[in-house]
Each structure stands twice: as structure tokens, then as C-alpha cells.
Design a protein around this ligand. Structure first.
Ligand SMILES: [Zn+2]
Length: 74
């Protein structure tokens, strides 16, 4: 299933590019497992959070702490 694997790799690359563009980074060892599988991330200001590739594609916030009300800056 070479084609399938390449597609997954492309999706993974795209996902991690999106993460980087938002200023976040994957936690060490975080792996892409599919569009609906949450990936552990560190947001731009350092909160541990998770995001699914599909939610990121819809433009949702990756970090509930940052997205939520009453935010206290780190
Ligand atoms: Zn955050």
C-alpha cells in the first residue's frame, strides 16, 4: 500500500506545517495517526493541548486554554 502510505505522510506533513504556522509544536514523540486522532501539542504560549488534524483544517483553535474565556497569560 505504497500510495496509501504516501498520502498519509503528505497529510502528516501538512498537519505539522499547520501546527508550526500557528506557533505550536508537537510534543516529543507525537505522531500523526489520522485526521480524527488527537495529537498532543504545545501551543504558542506553552500550554499542553491536543488537536485533531480535521479540527485544524476547519480553522479551530488548537488550545482550549487560549481559546477559552478568562485567559490568564502564561
Ligand atoms: Zn494555549
Amino acid at each position: 500500500m505504497e500510495i496509501q502510505r504516501q498520502a498519509d505522510q503528505a497529510s502528516a506533513d501538512q498537519f505539522f506545517e499547520s501546527v508550526a504556522r500557528l506557533g505550536a509544536s508537537p510534543v516529543p514523540g507525537a505522531t500523526y495517526r489520522g485526521t480524527t486522532t488527537p495529537v498532543a501539542l504545545i501551543c504558542a504560549v506553552g500550554h499542553p493541548c491536543t488537536a485533531t488534524p480535521s479540527s485544524l483544517q476547519r480553522g479551530q483553535e488548537i488550545c482550549e486554554t487560549c481559546a477559552g474565556p478568562g485567559l490568564v497569560p502564561a
